[in-house]
Design a protein around this ligand. Sequence first.
Ligand code: MF3
Ligand code: CO
Ligand code: CO
Length: 255
Amino acid sequence: MSIIIKTAEDIEKMRVVGQLAAEQLRMIASHIKPGVTTNELNDICHEYTINTQDATPAPLNYHGFPKSICTSVNHQVCHGIPSDKKLKNGDIVNIDVTLIKDGYHGDTSKMFFVGEPSILAQRLCRISRECLRIGIEMVKPGIYLGDIGHAIQQHAETNNCSVVREYCGHGIGKGFHEEPQVLHYGSRGTGAILEPGMIFTIEPMLNAGKRQVKLLPDEWTVITKDRSLSAQWEHTILVTDDGHEVLTRLPGDDI
Ligand code: MF3
Ligand code: CO
Ligand code: CO
């Protein structure tokens, strides 16, 4: 097994699905407010994916996942299953969407505020977003994956946040999760060397408390062991000849 270098045709299709995934996150933003359930958000995304975007929600039935998006609230780290529980003022929620269009995957997630979260919650969301940005800006041919992980870990820990180690970014294309694993911690000069045509996600998960996590009995939802808040941002990124292209970033967006 090795890292798939994408062809020009693959890349064009990854651009298309990447933009669809980003547009879906932009679409759902206005629905996120106190009183809405994560199931309602799931249903809106599901319907939009199929009927408006003529695409397929990749999470649905993926290794048995029961819904079309992941919704991870407050101390939930990732892979939260949409439910009938209502969002309330002060919550932070990660919405993670992955679409399949023409056989290719686009994967992106971001944090949303429900009403007005605490200063601590807002800060955690900002630091985790900065970690994603720092990782993205390093991407170019010749650097090591470990350089990215190191920089992300450095920024998180300098700001008193911890980095989750059990889950990582991943290669993506015709497969949802391809090689390589993109760790959000580590040492410079380790791991794969980036080459033009690689496409992978960077999706750091940061906790306000300790880094340890726990899997709920539903076998999907990951939470922080100490119940501290957790935040995550994700983009799908192409390595170009001289740098990178963020396939899930919309024109004019700053992240
Ligand atoms: N979108 C997630 C990721 O970033 C994976 C979700 S898998 C699911 O890799 F089955 F939980 F949907
Ligand atoms: Co991903
Ligand atoms: Co994702």
